[in-house]
Design a protein around this ligand. Structure first.
Ligand code: MG
Length: 375
């Protein structure tokens, strides 16, 4: 049962190129399947989330992270009466625009572009992938996704202005995105906050002592687990605590969002779009006292103790160096780019073409290229 404020697939603004409908999959289900069959989606398997394969082969990569986001987002969407097909599609596509080497790679690529008065933005890149780079269908370039999926790719995490991005004007930039898209940003955050605690602990970069001392919400759940399972191994107590933390965030997001929807008297998708603020959030509802603070402290804890930790520094610097080296190499020697990219550079600025090429690479592929051209 869809809520009145959910996006209805029959109300979709449709695809760029009209296509006959499918006998038993609706348009958002087809979009989900197109994303899953895209090359950019498969490449997520070999892209770093936080930890490279050097640490361990059972940590998250961008593909397994994406699956966790989809699982969390589906659960929340279902409870809120939102369109689960649209939410799942948006979750599966949300990271396809990420370059190799996680955030270090993104920063390096952006810095290289800024030397030429350009920039790199992973949401805009994701849109270019699904609109242009994916070549699977005879009738059109790209995946020909519905408007709502393309809009969600652009608007799920933050707003873009028409002044800075006239090319995005069709995406109703002065309006909020539907709840299905708003949800992705916080489902993403819940997924990576809990997963990064897990992988950081497993990698011995975070100790139980540091986490318990730094995160009161974790400490409270740990106490509960200790009294239930005093004899359990530490790792299982950790897992039980993390499970409770994940559940707390998910339940809090469902309750907080419901409270915001009620307080703003949201009835329709248009109400969502025209409301001055986003309606997906933690910070309303009796159950949620302190939850927004817990979310922020979790994020800050991870920045201080994991993302900016000394242990990951060398690897991040190497990632930046690899991207800078290759970017500058191809600027000097565009003739060493693959022919498709050489052709593109006749129309687009060379830095943009190189950026597109690098952004699509997996970690292992870019390392091979670096060895070949800059080794
Ligand atoms: Mg993500």
């Amino acid at each position: 049962m869809l809520a009145t404020y959910a996006v209805r697939v029959e109300d979709s603004r449709g695809r760029r190129y009209s296509e006959p409908s499918h006998p038993y999959r609706n348009d958002f289900q087809r979009d989900r399947d197109r994303v899953i069959h895209a090359r950019a989606f498969r490449r997520l398997e070999a892209k770093t989330q936080v930890f490279t394969r050097r640490y361990s082969d059972h940590f998250r990569n961008r593909l397994t992270h994406t699956m966790e986001v989809a699982q969390i987002a589906r659960t929340i969407a279902d409870q809120l009466g939102l369109n689960v097909d649209l939410v799942e599609t948006l979750a599966l596509v949300h990271d396809v625009g990420h370059p190799p080497f996680g955030h270090a790679g993104e920063r390096a690529l952006d810095a290289a572009m800024r030397e030429h008065g350009l920039f790199f933005d992973h949401n805009l890149h994701a849109l270019r992938i699904v609109e242009d780079f994916e070549m699977r269908y005879a009738a059109f370039r790209g995946l020909n996704l519905t408007f709502e999926v393309r809009e969600g790719i652009i608007k799920h995490s933050h707003a873009y202005s028409t002044k800075d991005h006239p090319e995005l004007a069709e995406y109703l930039l002065d309006q909020r995105p539907p709840l299905e898209a708003q949800l992705i940003d916080l489902a993403d955050e819940i997924a990576y906050d809990t997963a990064d605690l897990d992988d950081g602990f497993e990698a011995h970069l975070l100790t139980l002592k540091t986490i318990r001392a730094g995160l009161p919400v974790f400490e409270a759940f740990y106490h509960e687990v200790e009294s239930l399972y005093p004899a359990a191994p530490e790792k299982l107590k950790f897992n039980e605590t993390l499970k409770r933390l994940l559940n707390r965030f998910v339940t809090g997001l469902i309750e907080g969002t419901t409270a915001r929807i009620t307080a703003a008297n949201i009835q329709t998708v248009d109400d969502v779009r025209c409301h001055p603020k986003r309606c997906v959030g933690f910070d309303l509802g009796s159950f949620n006292a302190g939850l927004e603070r817990d979310r922020v402290s979790c994020k800050e804890f991870l920045y201080q103790n994991l993302y900016f930790s000394k242990a990951l520094e060398a690897e991040k610097q190497e990632a930046e160096r690899v991207i800078q080296d290759l970017f500058h190499y191809w600027l000097r020697r565009p003739s060493d780019l693959p022919s498709a990219y050489r052709e593109k550079s006749l129309q687009d600025p060379l830095p943009r073409v190189i950026c597109d090429y690098i952004a699509g690479m997996t970690d292992p592929f870019i390392l091979t290229q670096h060895k070949k051209f800059c080794g």
